[in-house]
Design a protein around this ligand. Structure first.
Ligand SMILES: Cc1cc2nc3c(=O)[nH]c(=O)nc-3n(C[C@H](O)[C@H](O)[C@H](O)COP(=O)(O)O)c2cc1C
Length: 186
């Protein structure tokens, strides 16, 4: 089934100050929309990614634990959102650790209409930048609710903020350093 994104929702997401993506829950979850912040982070323009599943950012990184948590999110109807970090690659091949937030946007009959996601490079962040991102993402989600409600949709759950940002950033930096010691080919 093709899913159009209502104009007011599209405008809101495209103008957001954090990296965002919206996908259809149908089939292989093709991307319906990414904003300029997503393109700035990943190096991929919207025209290159719409219609694809966002896993292409992982190249051949294993991400086994993160992917298992994403599968649980998809397979558990009552789970509203998920937050994980996973190895991704920009278009130019440089790796980063993506702190990925995903949430279900539902119709009033509770069926899932879209999957909403936000991306953040936690491996190059400082705690103050992560805190600023968390505040911006929280504000985006709060402002998204009334926009969605105009289109008859509902945002599932709320943002669970990162509990220990300094530790999480330090771990991401260590993981990134280990990746950069042995860069992938291609
Ligand atoms: C809207 C949306 C955005 C996503 N963004 C990313 C992303 O930025 N990076 C990433 O590695 N995976 C992202 N994913 C997750 C992958 O598309 C995929 O669901 C995940 O790799 C698990 O499925 P797989 O095991 O079939 O690959 C996103 C998924 C959705 C629905």
């Amino acid at each position: 089934m093709s899913r159009d994104v209502p104009n007011e929702l599209k405008t809101f997401l495209l103008n957001s100050q954090v990296a965002l993506a919206l996908a259809s829950p149908d089939g292989d979850c093709p991307l319906l929309l990414v904003n300029d912040k997503f393109s700035a982070l990943t190096g991929f323009g919207a025209e290159e990614v719409i219609g694809r599943n966002c896993r292409f950012l992982q190249r051949d990184a294993g991400n086994t634990v993160a992917k298992a948590r994403i599968h649980t999110f998809f397979d558990t109807p009552e789970q509203p959102s998920v937050r994980i970090d996973l190895v991704n690659f920009r278009k130019d091949g440089t790796p980063f650790i993506n702190l990925l937030y995903m949430s279900k946007l539902r119709n009033r009959d509770n069926s899932v209409r879209y999957i909403f996601a936000s991306q953040f490079d936690i491996s190059r962040a400082r705690p103050d930048r992560l805190a600023a991102y968390e505040a911006q993402l929280g504000g985006t989600l709060a402002a998204l609710r009334p926009v969605l409600s105009e289109t008859g949709a509902i945002l599932d759950g709320s943002l669970v903020t990162v509990a220990n940002s300094a530790t999480m950033i330090a771990q991401a930096k260590m993981l990134l350093a280990s990746l950069e010691e042995s860069p992938p080919c291609g």
